[in-house]
Design a protein around this ligand. Structure first.
Ligand code: NAP
Ligand code: G4F
Length: 344
């Protein structure tokens, strides 16, 4: 039996780490593109790593950046993947208002660089694009595959570009290229400046007496939060179909940020109102009020269904923070002084 090879961009991110785990379990050889940083950025995948000299090694990392098309083409030639999971992006919505040009370069054009590299190398590989519910923006819920896009951030705009680039390469060149339109998905591996992780960290630290308050922005926004470890299975299933197509992946239920906060603090026996303060630096110039995904197509065609809903997610994220503190992993203040400096 031939062993399948996958290339994951964004392997060091939340989703990349869960997807790498899943594919290794399925017997794949996994190649990951990692951008060079002056500090190590591989914490989420360190537990999967084996020295490449080890004959058992099945995960290999390569330097590369979405802004470098030549490198991307070279990497594809070298790896010759059967499946490409394109997860890398400047993925923070609030940051995209500060860095709209970079977000467009990385998140939008980066996708074209990858698609064009696949086209010009002529590799018969399948391509997954990490599209986002952020593309729906102001369109009323529930949102599904035929809901019009009305993005509300430079990030959302960049993802709409990447979505259409993916569809265009499918239509123009017959490429097996799909969009997974994923609604918010979280986990203990979520970046600490996204609201769920920020709140989970704060609840645990406040319980442990390490901090007293956490500053947040809009508590009224509603999101459809699922569990990232389950969502990567949907990505894989999308690339196993006979025909390429686009799918919404979501739980179908939304909660306000306030409700999520309430769940996290209640789990450690605290009243959130004693510990949450408002800071307008966390507001966005334009916001999305309510995202609720209709994932019935994914259920019907892919047989994919979520099992973890927001209340359980809140509990498992807070428990992971408490475990970390119990093991002496003292997370920095939430946000850390440096994050506070840039308004996250
Ligand atoms: P994440 O944790 O922010 O990970 C982003 C990944 O992209 C990281 O590995 C990051 O590397 C890499 N990256 C960023 N800029 C890069 C560049 N210029 N060149 C190469 N790599 C770069 O995001 P995530 O939550 O795992 O999400 C994965 C993808 O799904 C993203 O495209 C995101 O926009 C999309 N998405 C996420 C959600 C969600 O709720 N999580 C929902 C819908 C869509 P570093 O580790 O070095 O920073
Ligand atoms: O956690 P968030 O930053 O996630 P957001 O903006 O929904 O984006 C995430 O989900 C998208 C899918 O729809 C992805 F495509 C994207 O890559 C990312 O993963 O904010 C969630 C909500 C927002 O309404 C925000 O205004 O929480 C609100 N919020 C309130 N206080 C806050 C804060 N968000 C952050 N990050 N920090 C706060 O202090």
């Amino acid at each position: 039996m031939t062993v399948k090879k996958a290339l994951i961009t964004g392997i060091t991110g939340q989703d990349g780490s869960y997807l790498a785990e899943l594919l290794l379990k399925k017997g794949y050889v996994v190649h990951g593109m990692v951008r060079r940083a002056s500090t190590f950025n591989t914490q989420r995948i360190d537990h999967l790593y084996r020295d490449p000299h080890d004959p058992e090694a099945r995960m290999f990392l390569h330097y590369g950046d979405l802004t470098d098309g030549t490198r991307i083409a070279g990497l594809l030639e070298q790896v010759q993947p059967d499946e490409v999971y394109h997860l890398a992006a400047q993925s923070h919505v609030r940051v995209s208002f500060d860095e709209p040009e970079f977000t467009g370069d990385c998140t939008a054009l980066g996708t074209t660089r990858l698609l064009e590299a696949i086209r010009t190398t002529g590799l018969p590989c399948r391509f997954y694009q990490a599209s986002s519910s952020e593309m729906f923006g102001a369109s009323l819920p529930p949102q599904h595959e035929r809901t019009p896009f009305h993005p509300r951030s430079p990030y959302g705009v960049a993802k709409v570009y990447a979505y259409w680039a993916t569809r265009n390469y499918r239509e123009a060149y017959g490429m097996y290229a799909v969009n997974g339109i994923l609604f918010n998905h979280e986990s203990p591996r979520r970046g600490p400046t996204f609201v769920t992780r920020k709140v989970a960290m704060a609840a645990a630290r406040i319980k442990a007496g390490l901090q007293d308050v956490v500053y947040l922005g809009n508590l009224d926004a509603r999101r459809d939060w699922g569990y990232a470890a389950e969502y990567v299975e949907a990505m894989w299933r999308m690339l196993q179909q006979d025909e390429p197509d686009d799918y919404v992946v979501a739980t179908g239920v939304s909660h306000s940020v306030r409700e999520f906060v309430e769940h996290c603090f209640a789990h450690v026996g605290l009243d959130w109102r004693d510990h949450v303060r408002f800071d307008d630096r966390y507001l966005r110039p334009s916001e999305i009020d309510d995202l609720v995904g209709d994932a019935s197509k994914a259920a019907r065609v892919l047989g994919w269904r979520p099992t973890v809903l927001a209340p359980e997610l809140a509990r498992l994220m807070v428990d992971a923070e408490l475990d970390g503190l119990g093991q002496g992993v003292v997370a920095t203040a939430s946000p850390s002084p440096a994050q506070a400096l840039v308004g996250l």
